[in-house]
Ligand binder design. Structure first.
Ligand SMILES: [Zn+2]
Ligand SMILES: [Zn+2]
Length: 750
């Protein structure tokens, strides 16, 4: 008789414990750690889905033990290393183990109907191609089957037979020859084969291998032979980081391992997917948000069965059940999309490290503008620095950059949106039938005041971050609040920290106003506008990108989304508008983000033969940050930024966490916030000094009212993230979690 311990999928706090069930004889040997089963739960014996964490011979429970009622999936749904990090994930992100399990098991696993479908695929692409080339197959049915599978990838057996007008024995013959293999998977219907509606794999020019230059060869060697777990592959745009990833991936697969290749969701375009498939072959599985449940299931199932050896995926792919995971590539590692914005607020980079510590997988973080934390770790012997110094592509060159002082431009009568030099460049570009990108990052500053004299945002005197405008309902007046230390002043008493000015305005204009102006100035030109990422579906986003790439519009206006890695060879003018307002965000990461965005946006111009021009419009064109970004001088930027972080004890020097208390009733909320403050102060006063706790708040959240609730924040700093977590844990046990509605954000890395 054997027993198993399980966690309920999506368990709430009260049910987040291990439950023991008896394994019925019929399921003996089938219920193994990592599999998903259904169990009767509670008084009503309602069936719940549960993840098996352990199988034991002895029963560890004193209660009457019920029996497992069935398996949801006949194979384990998570790998051993995933099971091993379950507790760690739960404690790091303050979620239940059930919620952690939820991250690892996509919903398609359960919703998928239990119907087995036979699939077939090419066993070895090279061999199949050479057999076809040599003409050694005599049966036309055999040839048809190979060609069909080469073209369509893994396919439903029935569809193959139908599509090739072949018989079962003809298919069996190519399987017996070892050219094709078959396997079973579960599917709702045979539609699953039409996996992507995407274009054909591009011609050979894109898929052909490139010889590595010396820099790249050394990088591959350093990574594959090194003994560190994490490698920061640092190299300017065009230095050929991708070739290094691909070479490391190939070596890893040859050594019997599997590879996780992560890219920001936005970069997973049909073109890039086809390109990756073209380079890496049929053993690639791709996960992304546009997949239907069925398509997702097919990909996921190929991954857990080890049929797919390389998994290309955005953030959520870090939870894919990849057996024998030996290499994790995180491209554009600084990208904010690697961190989840909803509970549990995990960071894919941190999860990758947890998995690597179990499987021994190497991690390559790649970027031209690494996050400050990563660069710090790489220069302090925590990560290994691997640098690519030379450009692999000769034709890539830096665009010409033109800083524009908007103070002068406004005096000249240009208005606050488009400066005269930028307008002139636009006219030239239009006359040459070139395209123009205008980049306006409105995020985070709409609630900021800027100095009318010099354009600097109202800044906290303690923290050097922009303060946020809040209405005080009781007094009817406006306050400026710092969201790190809680420093608050009436808005009408603000004084400019840069020039001493006392006149402030709510500056800034939106993409919509900019679009209107462009339409007025250039009525015959077509304009595309891309808005906040949160309000856009991936499809709408793609449609705009495709349309612009096809030359259907002269202008593309947008926020940071348009700055990300797309190549538009016909773009010769890039305008970065309101550049200094990027810094007027209430986050300490504002400079880092601004630097990354300007560098990326500038990189959109002049990538082909036509030389590009980049205009940076700001009130403070002399800010060093702009100079660093426009000359792509990451190291100069890093040096300035790390000094600021060290001075103010911000990450990586101290961990910083945010605690948000919310309530529908504003007065109740303020009472609770003060209770919590008393409690926290008392609790922190007798903690060991080595933890370096600092408490700030309560203060209104940047978004004070959200979905009918008011929100107050505390900011806590500590020497380590685990010290912060200990505080959070203590609060959740001491306070009534339901009545208080507390959420935590333990600053996951970007
Ligand atoms: Zn402050
Ligand atoms: Zn000023």
């Amino acid at each position: 008789m054997s027993y198993c311990n399980v966690i309920l999928r999506g368990a709430v706090k009260q049910t987040d414990v291990l439950y023991t069930y008896k394994i019925p004889e019929t399921l003996e040997g089938k219920v193994v750690p990592g599999c998903l089963c259904s169990v009767p739960f509670g008084k009503g014996n309602r069936l719940k889905t549960a993840l098996v964490t352990e199988v034991t011979a002895e029963c560890s429970s004193n209660y009457k033990v019920k029996e497992v009622s069935g398996l949801v999936s006949d194979l384990p749904v998570v790998t051993e290393d995933q099971l091993a990090i379950l507790d760690k994930v739960a404690s790091r992100y303050n979620c239940t183990r059930g919620e952690a399990a939820e991250l690892m098991i996509p919903s398609c696993v359960e919703t998928h109907k239990n119907k087995s479908v036979a699939f077939v695929e090419i066993a070895d692409k090279d061999e199949a191609e050479s057999v076809l080339r040599e003409g050694s197959l005599r049966s036309s049915a055999h040839i048809n089957i190979l060609e069909y599978l080469l073209e369509n990838g893994p396919s439903d057996r029935k569809e193959v037979l139908y599509g090739c007008r072949a018989s079962a024995s003809q298919l069996k013959a190519v399987i017996d020859k070892g050219l094709v293999r078959s396997y079973k998977t579960r599917a709702e219907d045979s539609e699953v084969t039409s996996e992507f509606e995407f274009e054909d794999v591009p011609d050979r020019g894109f898929t052909e291998e490139h010889d590595l230059n010396t820099d790249q060869q050394n990088a591959v060697k350093k990574i594959m032979e090194g003994d560190k777990a994490v490698y920061l592959l640092y190299g300017i745009t065009g230095s050929g980081k991708t070739e290094v990833y691909l070479n490391c991936a190939r070596q890893t697969i040859e050594n019997g391992g599997s590879v996780l290749y992560m890219v920001p969701e936005i970069s997973l375009t049909p073109q890039s997917i086809n390109w990756i498939r073209g380079r890496l072959g049929d053993s690639v599985a791709v996960l992304h948000s546009r997949l239907t449940d069925n398509q997702r299931y097919v990909q996921w199932d190929r991954i857990r069965r080890g049929i797919a050896r390389i998994v290309v995926a955005p953030r959520s792919g870090v939870f894919a059940p990849i057996p024998n995971l030996k290499l994790i590539v995180i491209d554009e590692e600084h990208d904010g999309s690697y961190r989840s914005e909803t509970h549990p607020r995990y960071s894919a980079k941190e999860i990758a490290r947890m998995r690597s510590s179990i499987t021994g997988a190497k991690i390559i973080l790649g970027s031209a503008t690494p996050s400050i934390e990563s660069f710090y770790a790489a220069t302090h012997d925590v990560y290994e620095m691997v640098e690519l110094k030379t450009r692999a592509r000769k034709q890539a060159r830096l665009p010409e950059t033109v800083p524009v002082d908007m103070k002068e431009q406004i005096k000249l009568g240009s208005g606050e949106m488009l400066s005269v030099p930028l307008r002139q460049a636009i006219s030239v570009a239009l006359s040459e039938h070139k395209q123009i990108m205008l980049f306006l990052n409105r995020r985070g500053y709409s609630r900021t005041l800027v100095c009318s004299d010099c354009g600097t945002a109202a800044t906290c005197i303690n923290c050097s971050v922009a303060m946020t405008l809040h209405n005080n309902k009781r007094t009817g007046k406006q306050n400026l609040v710092c969201h790190y230390c809680g420093y608050t002043i009436p808005a009408d008493t603000a004084e400019c920290t840069s020039c001493g000015g006392i006149h402030f305005t709510r500056a800034g204009f939106g993409t919509q106003q900019l679009e209107e102006l462009i339409r007025k100035l250039y009525p015959t030109e077509k304009v595309l506008r891309m808005d906040q990422d949160t309000t856009m579906s991936p499809k709408a986003y793609r449609d705009i990108i495709d349309s612009f790439a096809a030359g259907e519009a002269s202008f593309l206006i947008g926020t940071q989304m348009i700055a990300k890695g797309h190549d538009f060879p016909n773009v010769t003018v890039v305008g970065i508008l309101g550049a200094d307002l990027m810094l007027a965000s209430s986050s300490y990461r504002a400079s880092e983000r601004a630097f990354q965005l300007i560098t990326q946006a500038a990189g959109r111009a002049g990538r082909a033969d036509a030389p590009g021009k980049v205009f940076v419009q700001s009130y403070r064109p002399d800010l060093p940050l702009f100079r660093y970004a426009l000359t792509q001088d990451y190291e100069a930027f890093y040096k300035a930024e790390i000094e600021y972080r060290e001075k103010l004890l911000l990450p990586p020097f101290k961990a910083i966490g945010e605690l948000i208390l919310s309530d529908e009733n504003e007065e109740d909320l303020i009472v609770k916030a003060n209770e919590l403050k008393v409690y926290l102060k008392d609790f922190l006063s007798y903690q060991d000094e080595k933890h370096g706790f600092e408490l700030f708040g309560p203060m209104p959240d940047v978004i004070y009212e959200l979905r009918g609730k008011y929100r107050m924040d505390f900011v806590i700093k500590a020497t380590t993230k685990s010290a912060l977590n200990a505080i959070y844990k203590k609060i959740t046990t001491d306070f009534d979690y339901n009545r208080y509605q507390i959420s935590f954000n333990n600053d996951p890395e970007n």
